[in-house]
Ligand binder design. Structure first.
Ligand code: MG
Length: 308
């Protein structure tokens, strides 16, 4: 019998986005000290790439204020990659001053989302990011590129596949070495996600792609599995599923890292993360945020331990 899962990688790299993508979408703002403690907890669980914050305007995104102090408090975490989100040259300057060695930039595959979320259209955004990434590379910083709205746009609805491919190619073209394909609306389903991954891999290279799934419609793990089956080796996730809608505490947003880890463990795929410690990190942060985490695996794991 042919092994349908033959292309699935033996090892997956998890990019933990909770402290940035997660916390910036939470209603409660955590201070610098608690954000450092969260990142340390995640590193202790074995995560080796963690987004620690963003250099964005604190009046617009107060949850990310003090990212330079977060980085300053993590100087000894030499074994952990800490890519910071930067939207522009000013953000890059702050990131460099704070000692960042890796950045992440954002582009959308939808014109309206790009306008509303980033304040500029797709072409203008790419021209700005071209400058940012070129400058970053000249200073020795690596750059990761996010493509949002790959499977749909909250304003436009359907997003043509060609547009996703175009943005992915453009990000590779300006020098990003990894492209994270983000299903922002969480409406993608496995066959669709597989088609997107295949189309983008043709120009970006499969080894340079990451999948960033949202669990809004309960499809996140299924979509990740579809990407893994094609050979994708990098998966974004957020501890406790942080980053659900700020107006609906506990609602599903980012794929929960605990759910991903439980699946990978069961499939015998190496990832280096200890679920016990990860669940603890998730429980600690959700206690501070004042709501239950969105990870089903974390809840199941705790219940099982309490029974035992
Ligand atoms: Mg996300």
């Amino acid at each position: 019998m042919t092994d349908l899962l033959a292309a699935i990688p033996a090892e997956v790299r998890i990019v933990e986005v909770g402290p940035r993508d997660g916390l910036q979408n939470e209603a409660t703002i955590l201070d610098v000290e608690n954000r450092i403690a969260l990142i340390r907890g995640l590193a202790a669980a074995g995560l080796r790439t963690i987004e620690p914050g963003a250099f964005v305007r604190p009046d617009l995104v107060p949850a990310m204020a003090g990212t330079e102090d977060v980085l300053a408090g993590l100087r000894d975490l030499q074994q952990v990659r800490l890519p910071v989100l930067v939207p522009n040259r000013r953000g890059l300057r702050s990131a460099v001053d704070a000692g960042a060695t890796e950045i992440a930039v954002f582009a959308a595959a939808s014109e309206t989302f790009s306008q509303r979320n980033g304040g500029a259209g797709m072409d203008e955004t790419m021209a700005r990011l071209d400058e940012v990434v070129a400058k970053a590379k000249s200073q020795g910083l690596a750059a990761r590129g996010y493509v949002s709205c790959i499977a749909g746009c909250p304003y436009e609805g359907e997003v043509p596949l060609e547009q996703v491919v175009k943005v992915t190619e453009a990000l590779i073209g300006i020098g990003c070495t990894e492209i994270s394909l983000g299903d922002t609306t969480g409406t993608g389903t496995p066959r669709q996600i597989a088609g997107i991954v295949q189309a983008c891999a043709a120009s970006a290279g499969l080894e340079n792609l990451a999948i960033h799934a949202h669990d809004t419609m309960g499809q996140a793990l299924a979509n990740v599995l579809a990407a893994l089956e094609l050979g994708v080796r990098t998966v974004d996730s957020s501890v406790a599923g942080l980053g659900g809608c700020p107006f609906a505490p506990g609602a599903a947003g980012n794929l929960a890292t605990e759910d991903l880890v439980f699946m990978l463990d069961g499939m015998g795929i190496r990832h280096g993360v200890d679920l016990d410690r990860l669940v603890l990190a998730g429980e600690t942060v959700t206690a501070l945020l004042g709501h239950q985490g969105a990870s089903r695996a974390a809840q199941g794991w705790r219940k099982r331990q309490l029974r035992a």
